[in-house]
Design a protein around this ligand. Structure first.
Ligand code: NAP
Length: 289
């Protein structure tokens, strides 16, 4: 068996077209152009690439965007002051502080400082709480992107056994929650799960978000399973970007498989655009889409 390679580019392209069209319509109705502010503290090269990609994506769908690059030694007080300014700025509907910040900055304080109505990353405790009780304002970008990938590939989620590997606040936990809301039966594995392959092998849908190159091989995968690789790892030997799944090996047994790069990464940015559009609509006084 050779797995179907999920065409992330096509899915991303069609969702971004929808977003661009809705943004044009919002602007016609209300005069409001969705605006995203991205804050980057420090000079981490990978973060700089992510920030550039987000600004470029905004431009492509006709959003306004601004990037605030602050030196690594910027104080927490100054970062919080900038967030307060952006919270009050009418042309900005979404605020994103690229993680990780330098060690002297308390990431939780930064998350708490963003106005929940502009928290397009869905990191603020108010939005995380709303997600837990099933009345989300925003959807967490990477997990929401995975759900879109599954749905737009025509994969049924309800009634399936979904296994999520990883339990971070950004990916694993909200991923499990969204799959549960889609009526999957969900199991979460992490670094303290013994005999993980016995569990992953039961998955109809396996989502992997660990950050270890090629952790998942064919021995972890049930024949015909859908495997979504969230991982992004830069190989030291070659500099190549690879996922957590050994693509060529797993493709021999899986039914569907997402490539890295080119699927979950661009979908994550696409969901950020969707959240920014939603925030702009809400702040323009329109009800939730
Ligand atoms: P993270 O905060 O480091 O969390 C990693 C999780 O993996 C933890 O829950 C950890 O378990 C678990 N883990 C570690 N080693 C394991 C093992 N051997 N077996 C099973 N579980 C193990 O990472 P993250 O932020 O969730 O990101 C995960 C990966 O996704 C990274 O490669 C990151 O770059 C990528 N990512 C991609 C996107 C995208 O847009 N494509 C977005 C976000 C993240 P414990 O909790 O027990 O420590």
């Amino acid at each position: 068996m050779t797995a179907v390679r999920i065409n992330g580019k096509a899915i991303v392209g069609s969702i971004r077209e929808e977003i661009a069209q809705e943004a044009r319509q919002l602007e016609e109705r209300t005069g409001v152009k969705p605006g995203l502010a991205v804050v980057l503290v420090g000079d981490d090269p990978a973060s700089a690439v992510y920030v550039r990609n987000k600004a470029k994506a905004c431009e492509e769908v006709g959003f306004y965007s601004e990037v605030h690059k602050l030196p690594a030694e910027t104080t927490q007080e100054d970062v919080l002051a900038l967030i307060a300014e952006l919270n009050a700025k009418p042309t900005i509907h979404g605020i994103l502080v690229q993680s990780p910040p330098p060690a002297h900055i308390d990431e939780n304080a930064v998350i708490d400082a963003v106005d929940p109505a502009k928290d397009v990353d869905c990191f603020h405790p108010v939005n995380v709480g709303n997600l837990m009780i099933g009345k989300p304002s925003f959807l967490p970008c990477t997990p929401a992107g995975v759900i879109q990938i599954l749905k737009r590939t025509g994969i049924e989620i309800a009634g399936k056994h979904a296994v999520v590997v990883g339990r971070s606040n950004i990916v694993g936990k909200p991923m499990a929650m969204l799959l549960l809301q889609e009526n999957a039966t969900v199991t979460v594995c992490h670094s303290r799960t013994p005999n993980m392959e016995e569990i992953t092998k039961q998955a109809d849908i396996l989502v992997v978000a660990v950050g270890r190159a090629h952790l998942i091989t064919r021995k972890h995968v049930k024949p015909g399973a859908v495997v979504v690789d969230v991982g992004m790892n830069r190989l030291e030997s070659t500099g190549k970007l690879v996922g957590d799944v050994d693509y060529d090996d797993v493709a021999e047994v899986a039914g569907y498989l997402t490539p890295v790069p080119g699927c979950v990464g661009p979908m994550t940015i696409t969901m950020l655009l969707a959240n920014t559009l939603m925030a702009a609509g809400q702040l323009a006084g329109e009800s939730r889409a």
